[in-house]
Write a protein that binds this ligand. Structure first.
Ligand SMILES: [Zn+2]
Length: 113
């Protein structure tokens, strides 16, 4: 069982989240029993520059907020290349490591530590 805060997570502005600083920053929050809890904050930072003029903070916040759903979908996904064992035989009969299974396993391990 995962230890992270259950989703859904949502993106709000600092003002909506009860903070007044850094208007370009975004907060990733969840609501539990009518209380809003902050999970993370993103910053308007790109290419070595703070306060970049576009919506990079919002884009990063949206990506983070989607993580609980993406995590569950990836855990449940069936490999399109093999039977899920992590290997298969190619057209010439050679044993082949399944790239999809390897990358999926690495991504899930990155998310869970
Ligand atoms: Zn596979």
């Amino acid at each position: 069982m995962s230890k992270h805060t259950p989703g859904p997570w949502k993106v709000v502005s600092p003002k909506e989240g009860g903070c007044l600083d850094q208007k370009e920053n975004r907060l990733i929050c969840t609501k539990i029993n009518n209380h809003t809890y902050h999970i993370a904050e993103t910053f308007q930072y790109r290419n070595g520059e703070f306060n970049a003029p576009d919506g990079v903070s919002l884009a990063n916040a949206r990506l983070i907020a989607a993580c609980p759903e993406l995590f569950e979908l990836l855990k449940a996904a069936k490999c399109p290349c093999c039977d899920g064992s992590g290997g298969y035989y190619d057209n010439c009969g050679n044993p082949t490591q399944c790239q999809w299974c390897d990358e999926t396993k690495q991504a899930l391990a990155k998310a869970t530590g």
